[in-house]
Design a protein around this ligand. Sequence first.
Ligand SMILES: Nc1ncnc2c1ncn2[C@@H]1O[C@H](COP(=O)(O)OP(=O)(O)OP(=O)(O)O)[C@@H](O)[C@H]1O
Ligand SMILES: [Mg+2]
Length: 284
Amino acid sequence: MYLDFLGLREKPFSITSDPSFLYLSKRHREALSHMVYGIRERKGFIEITGEIGTGKTTLCRALVRQLDPTTKTALILHSNLSELQLLHGVVQDFGLDPMRNTRVDLFQQLNRFLLDEATEGHNVVLVIDEAQNLSLRLLEQIRMLSNLETDKEKLIQIVLVGQPQLRDKLNQPSLRQLQQRIAVRYHILPLDADDIRTYIEHRLRLAGSDGSVRWLDDAVDEIFQFSHGVPRLINLLCDRALLACYVFRVKSIDRELIRRSCQEMLGQPLANSTAATIPMEQPA
Ligand SMILES: Nc1ncnc2c1ncn2[C@@H]1O[C@H](COP(=O)(O)OP(=O)(O)OP(=O)(O)O)[C@@H](O)[C@H]1O
Ligand SMILES: [Mg+2]
């Protein structure tokens, strides 16, 4: 009913980090290019930072999808891990069967894997998301993983992705060695005002929109004011706005509807508003 009324095949503004919905804004394109460059050129460490909800996890997933099949990749999405859990996760994600469960054994297994892949001419990439949560000890462990190298290049490329605190963490004196090895850095900024409409239309198109819901310019301006271009906030707000369209049986989204959606999201129903409250749960 909801999707039918809005002329959609699926929900366009989910807050999962689904790379098939990736919109390559200038910043996201640059971030991806930095990662791909660092990996292809075998630069060792790559650091990608961005504020909450700016698209880091989505980009990590998109990166893994687009690397060529000879590049062996492990993607670690949770960082509150012990040293052993991290090594175990990395070994498994590279498609290996963890032989034994001690730190030294897993480390050796990884080193052997890296040498084998190097002999085959394959590149190896480890992407760690939420890296701002890694303990100093784990970061040091990761640095040691990258010690294997030939005269010319690193055998493993490590992409550390995280919130801006990651940079502060890496600036600590005890991590200077790692910090100095970071060859490529990029900080993802939120979307520009100019990007908002294309971002929204991109997601709507991928969700099979028939274009029957109109997003007026003042609504798009209001979405930017509220979200400051942070994609997760845009998604939350747009999702709510579509729900309001369905509830009130309207097909045009204007500033007022967006304002009302913002207020609802923030849990502050508008004073003097005679409009019905938009229900919290969205119908399937
Ligand atoms: N470039 C983009 N194109 C399409 N959707 C995006 C883009 N960037 C972010 N999003 C969407 O915004 C939401 C948040 O993105 P994501 O989870 O990747 O952010 P994050 O930076 O990893 O957040 P956190 O700091 O909380 O880990 C997701 O729904 C995601 O699909
Ligand atoms: Mg994330």
